[in-house]
Design a protein around this ligand. Structure first.
Ligand SMILES: [Fe+2]
Ligand SMILES: [Fe+2]
Length: 135
């Protein structure tokens, strides 16, 4: 899978865009590892990294939101928590199942789609708020 942060997904905030790019790269990597039949340890490592990185990204985004009294903070926190639960669901699944194409498909439908929709929806709304208010 080679999904990149193209122009449509860029929000115009360099820090956030860079972090979104990294999350997408990790999702790609995870999907590739699953498709090519990498061993459990390798897949788990990528998934753990993705979990830690997503955590860091959400933490920074939420801190930025708090610092400018953003009205949509609570909605964002809920979606961020949901995304982390998706990752944790995959981590659990990997304890029972071997890496497979099925799991790769799940990564594409759950993680990737969820993240892209989140960027295009709530994160874009936040980026517009920053621009509108000159923050
Ligand atoms: Fe984000
Ligand atoms: Fe977000």
């Amino acid at each position: 899978m080679s999904l990149v942060l193209d122009e449509n997904l860029r929000l115009g905030h360099p820090g956030i865009d860079r972090q979104h790019q990294e999350v997408l790269e990790q999702i790609n990597k995870l999907s590739d590892k699953l498709t090519e039949g990498a061993d459990d340890v390798e897949v788990r490592d990528v998934l753990d990294f993705l979990h830690t990185y997503a955590d860091k990204h959400f933490f920074e985004e939420e801190r930025l939101m708090k610092s400018c009294n953003y009205y949509g903070l609570y909605k964002q926190q809920k979606e961020h928590a949901q995304f982390k639960r998706e990752i944790e669901g995959l981590q659990l699944m990997l304890r029972k199942k071997r890496p497979s194409i099925d799991l790769a498909h799940q990564v594409e439908t759950s993680l990737f789609r969820y993240f892209v929709e989140h960027i295009n929806g709530m994160d874009r709304e936040f980026a517009d708020y920053i621009k509108r208010n000159d923050l």
